[in-house]
Design a protein around this ligand. Structure first.
Ligand code: F0G
Length: 457
């Protein structure tokens, strides 16, 4: 607001959920039972849940009203047409395929274009994207710019693709690359945005090698906000215009509506290529549902349609990005190492720099995440060697970064919740040298961070 420096939540609260305040002794016991894996905790035992911003947002009154409007007809429901219109207003791809969430879109896409001998470049694959690429037999390659791998380095678009590296990959292996992907914002790299300029450069390389470009667009609105704020030529443009410019550069997309769809479930796959869409729809019918509802109820389609109109609102995005920055600013001021500048949906603490005495194969990120729960009942998420350290051949190697993500659910927590988180992180930071590493006691073959059991060393 003009003349004010406080950026307020541009909404008020109509319905509340109580938080149960656990004791430290209770949390210690719960940690043991959970095998020191925060995914195994009951959410009622968590005070501030920053595990993910995915599907955890608060819907608006208009979205709750949209649920009532939802029409559950099997085929051709009006909810489908409202969903289609809302998606195409931002992403006018010819073919739209609704799915129950983002990874379902990935599974379908890579079942069709992936397979042995194929390679998929991305700035950084999100864990489910990588897993779906690898499950198909293809290779997932991360080509983010070098600046994107250095947590302490400030750069406005640390999610950018390394265009030189992409060119070299295509020169060497063009026939093996069915499509190029760019993730906006780059979640696994710290929620960092990709510039419009970089997307244009990637598009030019894709044109040169005649390879399609797909977006993993989960956080497209936050990315568009950063483009508007940080890219000189884009200042003052509307978010919607920027999103449409992004869409125009791509041949298709995967989407999780659990992020910038402002919904609790949902996603889609979209593309211009009719033959590819046909193959994807066949798989959709096998695994998700009829093409006008995919894996969703009509009411979900309506909630997403409404969410898409709210997420591009400037006062919403200003609050959203500021809320994350507020947390980061307070921690930075106290010297807590993190990915800088903060991304759009989360603060990523840098456990490698904070816990130099814990080697990567003793999972410093996991140790930090566990300690934040023990300290303040805060649930974050390790994004490091526990998540990425296991190679497809079963061997272990340190991940590029050891991060703990504190992801902010959309429109859920207030400034005093964030102040409480700051206090807890600072308590842990003050006694960081007393933290010990972890070992893995039990783990599954893939996506181990969800179900592995750990023990303190
Ligand atoms: N791509 C990105 C960049 C994501 O962040 C996610 C999910 C997905 C794809 C998959 O979407 O969950 O709907 O199947 N990220 C969540 C997270 C889980 O916590 O960051 P999904």
């Amino acid at each position: 607001m003009e003349g004010f420096s406080t950026i307020i939540e541009p909404f008020r609260v109509k319905s509340v959920e109580p938080l149960r305040l656990t004791t430290r002794a209770e949390r210690e016991e719960l940690l043991g039972k959970a095998g020191y894996n925060l995914f195994a905790l009951a959410s009622d035992d968590v005070i501030i849940d920053l595990l993910t911003d995915s599907g955890t947002g608060a819907m608006s009154a208009e979205q709750w009203a949209a649920l009532q409007r939802g029409d559950e007809s099997y085929a051709g429901s009006p909810s489908w047409f409202r969903f289609e219109a809302a998606v195409k207003a931002l992403f006018p791809f010819a073919h739209l395929i609704p799915t129950h969430q983002g990874r379902a879109a990935e599974k379908i896409l890579f079942s069709v274009v992936g397979g042995k001998g194929k390679v998929i470049p991305n700035n950084t694959h999100f864990d489910t994207t990588r897993a779906n690429v690898e499950h198909s037999g293809a290779e997932a390659v991360d080509l983010v710019i070098p600046e994107g791998k250095d947590p302490a380095l400030r750069h406005p678009f640390k999610g950018n693709m390394d265009v030189g590296a992409l060119t070299r990959l295509l020169e060497a292996r063009k026939g093996e690359v069915p499509l190029v992907m760019v993730t906006i914002t780059n979640n696994s790299g710290g929620g960092q945005p990709v510039s419009l300029e970089n997307l244009r450069a990637v598009r030019a390389v894709c044109d040169r090698f005649q390879v399609p470009l797909f977006l993993d667009a989960c956080r497209f609105a936050e990315n568009a906000w950063f483009i508007r704020e940080r890219e000189e030529a884009q200042r003052g443009r509307s978010i919607k215009e920027i999103v449409r410019d992004i869409a125009a550069l791509a041949d298709g997309m995967t989407m999780s509506a659990k992020k910038d769809g402002l919904a609790n479930i949902g996603g889609w796959l979209a593309m211009n290529d009719g033959a590819l869409a046909q193959k994807c729809r066949e798989l959709l019918i096998l695994t998700e549902g009829f093409p006008t509802y995919g894996g969703l109820a009509g009411r979900d389609l309506d909630a997403i349609a409404q969410g898409l109109s709210e997420v591009v609102d400037e006062s919403y995005l200003r609050y959203r990005v500021r809320a994350v920055e507020y947390l980061a600013d307070k921690l930075c001021a106290a010297g807590v190492p993190m990915v800088e500048p903060p991304g759009g949906h989360a603060v990523y603490l840098d456990a490698k720099r904070m816990l130099r005495h814990i080697p990567p194969l003793q999972y410093p990120g996991q140790a930090l995440a566990v300690e934040l729960y023990r300290e303040g009942g805060i649930r974050g998420c390790e994004i490091g060697t526990a998540m990425f350290g296991k190679r497809p051949d079963g061997s272990e190697q340190p991940a590029a970064m050891e991060l703990v993500r504190l992801a902010m659910p959309r429109r859920v927590y207030t400034q005093s919740h964030v102040d409480f988180v700051v206090e807890a992180v600072l308590h842990v930071f003050a006694r960081r040298e007393s933290l010990r590493g972890m070992r893995i006691v039990e783990q599954p073959a893939s996506l181990r961070h969800f179900t592995a059991r750990f023990a303190p060393l």
